[in-house]
Design a protein around this ligand. Sequence first.
Ligand SMILES: C[S@@+](CC[C@H](N)C(=O)[O-])C[C@H]1O[C@@H](n2cnc3c(N)ncnc32)[C@H](O)[C@@H]1O
Length: 363
Amino acid sequence: MIYVHIPFCDSKCFYCNFCSAKYDEKIKEKYFKKLVEEIKFNSNKYKNITSIYIGGGTPSSVNEKYIKLIINELKNNFNIDKNAEISIEANPCSITESKLKTYKQIGINRISIGVQSLNNKQLKIIGRRHTKKQAINAIKIAKKYFNNVNCDLLIGIPNQNYLSLKHSVKCLLKQKINHISAYMLICENGTKLTKQIEQKQVKVASEDKCVDYYNKIVKYLKGKKYYRYEISNFALLGYECKHNLGYWNLTDYYGFGLSAHSYIDGFRYNNTTDMQEYLESKFDYQKEEISNEEKIEELIMLSLRTQKGVNINELKNLGYDILKQKGNVLNSLKDFINVSQNYISIKDNKFGVCNQIILDLLP
Ligand SMILES: C[S@@+](CC[C@H](N)C(=O)[O-])C[C@H]1O[C@@H](n2cnc3c(N)ncnc32)[C@H](O)[C@@H]1O
């Protein structure tokens, strides 16, 4: 798996805490040059790559020549499987037919569009620059070129209630996309939205209400055959995102670009989050060995968020006999979890409180 970070956006959304900003064309040019260097530096023709994810930031905000450059470089330096899933993130304001044509030509086969909401008032409040109409139009043109289209939605944005959330979901389903990511809004420290909430300029629904909206949406989507395969991810059967599934199963991955990290053979490598430092970098990554304990924790934290749950034998192989060591806890959680021979998973209607369950099951 390969992740490529494109830290460029045309504007910063009020809730966003990702490593992204508005930069001028000169920086973009230098950045992509460095990215090519980084890919070459890590070249490994023996690695079979089954998924590539170009995320950000907003990859669709940059000229398509840069995306072409990066994909070509990856093809020259890695063994990209002929059935690899190759995704790119896009914003409704910057998707164009010309970009989509190029993406298709270079082998990209999945588009993930940041929609967030299909209510104009809500979009404005969270600092999105597009309207409902522009978002629907973007999906329509993406569908012209790609079968595999995801849209991101947010749950818990100011002014949202269940009906308006359902309305957004309904409008997306009408477009016959095959994947929806619906994230609970996290109000991160330092973002404009968090400041507005603190200053009581805007109001968000309580956590309990958001969990209620979430549970209802899960049910609604299930009725439409969009199955939750991870806490925030819903797909028609067969359209689950391979790249996402890889992360949750602790598959090795390379991460290239500003703020990206890699996980290879039990080591994590972290890139700087400082643009100038990245542009001058000699790729002497900060490297840390992932201890057995951390592997156990990560496996529990990531795989319990999936529908399938955590593999009991895999934990045993890492030295954690969860059935023995957490017998009492498992017993007290029996209304919240399913325990089968091989897997522990969270019950369908308990995903809203999965963080607490996960904490209880850590060694
Ligand atoms: C890396 S962002 C890329 C967004 C995309 N470039 C766009 O313009 O919409 C990927 C997704 O993360 C989600 N996200 C970003 N900030 C979030 C937050 N504070 N809480 C929850 N989800 C968030 C959004 O749904 C977003 O579409």
